[in-house]
Write a protein that binds this ligand. Sequence first.
Ligand SMILES: Nc1ncnc2c1ncn2[C@@H]1O[C@H](COP(=O)(O)OP(=O)(O)O)[C@@H](O)[C@H]1O
Ligand SMILES: [Mg+2]
Length: 259
Amino acid sequence: MFEGSDSEKISMEDEINRVKTGIPGFDELCGGGIIRDRSYLVSGTSGAGKTNFSVQYIYNGITKYGENGIIVATEERPEQIRENVMKFDWDLQALEDEGKLVIIDACSTKIGIPSQEKYVDVRPFDTRSMMDQIIATQEEINAKRALIDSTTSISFYLQDPAKIRVELLKLSTTLEVIGLTSLMTCEIVDERSPARFGIETFVTDGTFVLHYAMHNNVRTRTMEIFKMRGSDHSKKLHPYDITSEGFVIHPHEEVYTSF
Ligand SMILES: Nc1ncnc2c1ncn2[C@@H]1O[C@H](COP(=O)(O)OP(=O)(O)O)[C@@H](O)[C@H]1O
Ligand SMILES: [Mg+2]
């Protein structure tokens, strides 16, 4: 399989309960999918594709694997997320109407504008309030997957890395305990560091980094599984594209570069 793996390890991995992302090219890079009831960080600079990747995970969960999902939108209003992914023909509103998806608006209150949404987090910087809302929603629609997009505004609000670490750990642990397999996005500014505040990778079970960087005057998109607890995974940089059908990773191509 991947460098450093042996047959014993692979057979052990077969027994792990995997959650398929269904993102073309991704699951085969990490033993068939992410591990059930764990939380993962999706890091990248602005425009790298974190929201597309993560919404695709939720959308595929509902449409391909029968697993309902929750999206907590802290950076964009739910309306913007719905509109942005319509270009891939993903009709989130229809899934919401069917009771398979809930998008919690944790953005409007933060910026002080009224929200027409059914699900609104009125205390968006309070992780306890966010967790309570996720727990209630999970019971309502029997969700199995969640997305927090993103953790960066919560971290900016808390400022202190020790506090950020505790709050994000509470959040990721709560999601795991209630049976949600989750992605949390994290906006970075430096391609060489997978976390904005230096600690976000410690509180999640894995980190996927989307690099969108200039090399020889060309901006290239590459993905790296930086960390994945309890699983073998590719250690290489793999190119990806955002196409009219969404995110596509090229698992058999590698990119050699240094950031
Ligand atoms: N239909 C499309 N075809 C190609 N690229 C697209 C398409 N839609 C969006 N993109 C790319 O996706 C980027 C935004 O992705 P997004 O997931 O919102 O980034 P992030 O959340 O990391 O800031 C855009 O800057 C654009 O380059
Ligand atoms: Mg985004």
